[in-house]
Design a protein around this ligand. Sequence first.
Ligand code: NAP
Length: 311
Amino acid sequence: MVNILFAGGSHRWPQYQAPLRHALDAAGLSEAVLATDLPPAEVDYIVYAPTPDGFTDFTPYTRCKAVLSLWAGVEKIVGNASLTMPLTRMVDDGLRAGMIEWVTGQVLRHHLGIDRLLANQSGDWRPEVPPLARDRPVTILGLGALGAACAGSLTALGFPVTGWSRRPKDLPGLTCLSGPDGLTEALRRAEILVLLLPATPETDSLLDAARLSLLPEGAVILNPGRGTLIDDDALLDALDSGAIGHATLDVVRQEPLPPEHRFWAHPRVTVSPHVASETRPDTASEIIAENVRRAEAGEPLLHLVDRAAGY
Ligand code: NAP
């Protein structure tokens, strides 16, 4: 008997129960028990998302073979010393599609100057024709499941895309850079900068004052990655001076963003309240079920978190 504990939050259980059951049945696991409440010592797999009312001590789950995160970003649990079993993160079609739509939409918004058109209610008839996509360099920091997918969508539209990752990469249609010199070069090129890095000690405040100053005058920053990637004070200084033209922030250091935070009222900031892309129960359930099937069959798990790298 395989026992699967759903620990993704009581509010998510109604959305996940049926798709997970369906996916488990389709994966040949119709005998598996799926519940939100099981004796810890009898749990084989934990489907997990950090929630305020959830648990963070994995010690009692002595039989657990894997923790399967519903989220792509695992910074809240990757350093948990009681989580000694394999940990997987979420990579799924729904998450990928949502991020492609958000990033492509935001890049086009800034590329085409849509904000200027929306604000023009004064009969101003001075055409400011935007350049073609091929003349608007975009840089993406992070070329993983989401960064690479967004790069593909942007290159298909004609944008010259430069990507930067920890390990060197060779992806068709874009310039791939790595290392400190690669980061400098990637930032110098970025009229529009997209952050799709994970939150790790190495990426904390990666975009500080010195690196912000490498961006072209008036560059636009899109952050659907994690709030910790940016030094907020340095960003606000750069926005105040106009060195950075706009920042669209889907993620921030403190979520929800406190009402008094300067980002809300800043004329050069758009706050997008962590809506860029969400795990979709139907597609995510297939990944969870496939990983349980693999573990039961002794096959390698998909999307294992590299605990040393932190993502
Ligand atoms: P991923 O597949 O793990 O990719 C992460 C990328 O970042 C990889 O290319 C990795 O390089 C690179 N990277 C990591 N540390 C680095 C470092 N120190 N220096 C340079 N590059 C580094 O992750 P993903 O699925 O694409 O997701 C990326 C992030 O998006 C998640 O961690 C999460 O924080 C965020 N996210 C946000 C939302 C939202 O709604 N806003 C939704 C989902 C995910 P290598 O390729 O060399 O490993």
